[in-house]
Design a protein around this ligand. Structure first.
Ligand code: UD1
Ligand code: CA
Length: 462
């Protein structure tokens, strides 16, 4: 019986020199998720018994960021002497373990769970000691090349060590492998560092296995984009574009209209319902969820937002950590900040900012307002220019506006303050005291007119 236990090891100790960054390479985001985050997701798909991440360069930073990942263990590689030396650091974590070691690279984020599953199937079916994931690419530059004799893989040669003839080979090593654990760590110890980079190359293991007559197989991916490695900022951008394109295509296949996919940036975890229309320049980030039949107009950014069905978000809105219920309408130029809830059918108009505020169903704040730390009931009309003065320089205070109230334009609500059910507030008021239900509250200087003042002023002049 084949032992189907899988153990994943991910190499991420290298410096990533070509990124020219203070941030460890694997922590750079690829379409809203770290590079290593993509790899960890794929790793989890094979239900591994263990996952070991090899860290080295900026190990503490990487460990700190990934502390919360369940079941993830770390092994330190210091100094970094090459990929074979990196894998050797996983040995203590895998003592007495059997089964298959799946080796992934922290800088190859596009690998899919489906490919990994097929790799394991092929590896087990062939009873191989090692299976190398390869791809045929137009531009093999920089990758290790697969050297075959009689059709079978004989060895892998690195770009820097390759002869001119070997450089013309278009089949490349992805850096992803399945290994039978039994012979692996003993064989790794026999690898030398006599090569152009003076490193211990994991790729040398293939030649060693062939000489020892251990069965080595290859699994060639159809879509070479999947195994692209990220070594520079320009590759980071290319790989991110592939992730976004894949996401856009998935959504369109599920019934979402994306007017211009090239300018639409949607993170992998975002959900969008059918018949929603997304206009150009829209950015949807994090855990944003959008319901069905919504219209998201151009140049709007949503971060961790929850949008119901049939919602209209007009142009140039920023919505972060807020919820908008079914049939509501927001914008243009609205800013919804965290812990804001816009109720069913409610309207938030232009140049309106909401923070930690609930705007009840059917309520309207259509023009030029700041509503912070406020609980606003149903069918309230918040007039243009209304401001909740929620901050006294030290503390934040609550404003409550009950159902059906009418707040006249240019009102300042000096919190803590409450406007009761159905009450009216006269335009231009500074409201410092609660307004009882059904009452009219006015707080402004009385107007006085000076008859004939203009004429008198002119007469008295030169
Ligand atoms: C490696 C392979 C090459 C393959 C390519 C695919 C070797 C010798 N070469 O080359 O055949 O085509 O990947 O992307 O294996 N790392 C460590 N410790 C080290 C060195 C590297 O953990 O001492 C890690 C890196 O952080 C990276 C991965 O191993 O995640 C690959 O290393 P990198 O230096 O990028 O190798 P490549 O030159 O890309
Ligand atoms: Ca690489």
């Amino acid at each position: 019986m084949t032992d189907l236990t899988a153990h994943v090891v991910i190499l991420a100790a290298g410096q990533g020199t070509r990124m020219k960054s203070r941030v460890p390479k694997v922590l750079h985001p690829v379409a809203g998720r770290t590079m290593i985050g993509h790899v960890l997701r794929t790793a989890a798909s094979v239900n591994p018994a263990t996952i070991t991440l090899i860290v080295g360069h900026q190990a503490d930073t990487v460990r700190d960021r990934l502390r919360e990942v369940p079941g993830l263990q770390f092994a330190l590689q210091k100094p970094q002497r090459g990929t074979a030396h990196a894998l050797q650091q996983a040995e203590p974590a895998l003592t007495d373990r059997t089964g298959t070691l799946v080796l992934l690279s922290g800088d190859v984020p596009l690998l899919t769970p489906a490919t990994l599953a097929r790799l394991l199937d092929a590896h087990h079916a062939a009873g191989a000691a090692a299976t190398v994931v390869t791809a045929n690419v137009e531009r093999p530059y920089g990758y290790g090349r697969i050297v075959r004799t009689g059709g079978r893989i004989a060895r892998i040669v690195e770009e820097k060590d390759a002869s001119p003839a070997e450089r013309r080979i278009h089949e490349i090593n992805s850096g992803i492998y399945a290994f039978d654990l039994a012979p692996l760590f003993d064989a790794l110890r026999t690898i030398a560092s006599k090569n152009a980079q003076g490193e211990y190359y994991l790729t040398d293991l293939i030649g060693i296995y062939r000489r020892r007559k251990l069965p080595v197989e290859t699994y060639t991916v159809e879509n070479a984009a999947e195994i692209r490695g990220v070594n520079s900022r320009s590759e980071l951008a290319e790989v991110s574009a592939i992730v976004r394109q894949t996401k856009n295509e998935e959504l369109m296949a599920a019934g979402v209209t994306i007017v211009d996919p090239a300018t639409t940036y949607i993170d992998p975890d975002v959900q969008v319902g059918a018949d929603t229309v997304i206009h150009p320049g829209v950015v949807l980030e994090g855990q944003t969820r959008i319901g069905a039949a919504c219209e998201i107009h151009a140049y709007t950014r949503l971060v961790d937002a929850e949008i119901g069905d049939r919602v209209t978000v007009n142009n140039y809105c920023l919505i972060v950590g807020a919820r908008v219920a079914d049939g509501a309408s927001v914008g243009p130029f609205a800013h919804l900040r965290p812990e804001t809830e816009v109720g069913q059918g409610a309207k938030v108009g232009n140049f309106v900012e909401l923070k930690k505020t609930t705007l009840g169903p059917g309520s309207k704040a259509n023009h030029l307002s700041y509503l912070g730390d406020a609980t606003i009931g149903a069918n309230v009309n918040v007039g243009a220019g209304t401001i909740t003065c929620n901050y006294d320089g030290q503390k934040k205070h609550q404003t409550v506006i009950e159902d059906g109230a009418f707040i006249g334009s240019d009102t300042q609500l000096i919190a803590p303050v409450k406007v009761g059910k159905g009450a009216y507030v006269g335009a231009g008021s500074s409201i410092t005291q609660d307004v009882p239900a059904g009452a009219l509250g006015i707080g402004r200087g009385r107007q006085s007119n000076v008859e004939g003042w203009v004429e008198k002023k002119k007469g008295g002049g030169a």
